[in-house]
Write a protein that binds this ligand. Structure first.
Ligand SMILES: NC(=O)c1ccc[n+]([C@@H]2O[C@H](COP(=O)([O-])OP(=O)(O)OC[C@H]3O[C@@H](n4cnc5c(N)ncnc54)[C@H](O)[C@@H]3O)[C@@H](O)[C@H]2O)c1
Length: 391
């Protein structure tokens, strides 16, 4: 009985979500008359914080789907051992990142945790070494909110002449109050997007040198269902005209999907043995919710074990993307529950991907190689994109 009600409830909730996207009937140019759910939803959203509601709706739907998934008692993906392979996991000191580092270490990988806090970082290393009996786990400081720190990390890493087979862009901040990184960027944009953008671009040589035909190196970047609620404002990506913590987080996660797809296009065009995919962990019980009003409160404690994944479950998709043989040579995918899932339609827009990439290069001070690798993509000209993208 519970499952039947849950299915009905999920369908109704999905329709509400669909209403936000303002769907058209097949073959019709105009919407039918009546009182569409989308109109009602949009009106409610105008009256409150539009972005906040959309972000919560996406999270809520995801949590409801997980409750349903919990009934099926899913198993972690079975993956082959990875001896001799090296992974860097950003934010591997806590939450999903720690669980990811632990699983990769358990598969025999040499894991380097790139993180903020030295003490927490080495504590995580100690725990993982003890649990997995793998001594090849280490910590290297890297503050993604500081371009100088990212560059120092890469210089230290490349100075060791160590191969790099997997980069997991996991670290993140969510719904923080409006504040700036040391470089003066809005924190979601600076840490979640620009920090990972620069780190990835600077590590590409190491990844390319370590990938081989039939055994590509891999870049795995974490996004979130909330990317579907986002709008990307390329003219004002840091919200200087009006800040919404919910909008800023969702926008950074949308940017990471576009970034990952464009990276895949560049890698394929250059014939590199490196792939780039996106991992969506679902709704996971971690401290990421520390800035959400109900995040640490009774609702999370009460419902956490039912609707949230554990950090270990939350790591399954990242680890699958990092090492699964099924994904050998496959890039440009949005993975959720270890399966390819469509991301927001606008993420597939190559013009938008190109413009975001150019902005990332400009803001982080790295050369843009798109023109050389994807001729014709360099000057897309004006184009109206689907979704809530502002140009
Ligand atoms: N928890 C969820 O429900 C959920 C849902 C969707 C996506 N995600 C994504 O999963 C990833 C991991 O989140 P989590 O839930 O484990 O959160 P968490 O707060 O437990 O971990 C975040 C990690 O990022 C690190 N970090 C934060 N700022 C940093 C900086 N400036 N430099 C380097 N590291 C920094 C933290 O130290 C921490 O290790 C994030 O990218 C998040 O957006 C999480």
């Amino acid at each position: 009985m519970l499952r039947v009600y849950l299915e009905g409830f999920l369908e109704a909730a999905a329709q509400l979500q669909r209403g936000f996207r303002d769907p058209e009937p097949p073959g019709a140019g105009r919407r039918e008359a009546g009182l569409p759910v989308g109109w009602v939803a949009a009106s409610v959203c105008c009256a409150v914080d539009h972005l906040m509601l959309r972000v919560y709706l996406e999270g809520f739907l995801e949590a409801a789907a997980q409750l349903q998934r919990g009934f099926r008692d899913p198993e972690p993906p079975e993956l082959p051992p990875q001896p001799g392979r090296v992974a860097v996991v950003t934010g591997g000191t806590e939450g999903i990142g720690l669980a990811t580092a632990r699983r990769l270490a358990a598969l025999g990988m040499h894991v380097i945790i790139a993180g903020l806090d030295v003490e927490t970082g080495w504590a995580a290393v100690g725990t993982i070494r003890k649990e997995t009996l793998n001594p090849q786990v280490e910590f290297m400081p890297c503050d993604l909110g500081s371009m100088a720190s990212v560059r120092r990390f890469v210089a230290r890493f490349t100075g060791r002449r160590c191969p790099l087979h997997v980069l997991v862009n996991n670290a993140g901040v969510m719904m923080v109050p409006q504040r700036l990184t040391v470089d003066g960027f809005e924190e979601h944009w600076g840490v979640n997007f620009l920090g990972h953008f620069l780190l990835t671009v600077l590590l590409l040589d190491a990844l390319e040198a370590s990938g081989s035909p039939g055994r590509c190196a891999r870049v795995v970047t974490l996004s979130s269902a909330t990317h579907r609620a986002a709008s990307l404002d390329l003219d004002d990506p840091q919200g200087s005209r009006g800040y919404s913590a919910h909008g800023a987080y969702a926008q950074s996660k949308l940017a990471l999907v576009l970034f990952s797809y464009h990276l895949q296009h560049l890698l394929a065009a250059a014939g590199r043995h490196v792939t780039a995919n996106v991992a969506d962990p679902g709704v996971v019980n971690t401290d990421l919710y520390r800035h959400v009003f109900w995040g640490r409160g009774p609702i999370k404690s009460l419902l956490g074990r039912w609707v949230f994944k554990t950090p270990d479950e939350g790591s399954w998709t990242s680890v699958y993307a990092a090492v699964s043989p099924e994904l050998e040579g496959q890039g440009g995918r949005y993975l959720h529950n270890e399966q390819e899932t469509p991301s927001l339609a606008v993420t597939y827009d190559p013009h938008l991907q190109r413009r975001l990439w150019a902005l990332g290069c400009e803001m982080t001070g790295v050369p843009d190689v798109t023109e050389d690798l994807l001729p014709g993509a360099s000057n897309p000209g004006p184009r109206t994109s689907e979704g809530s993208v502002s140009h």
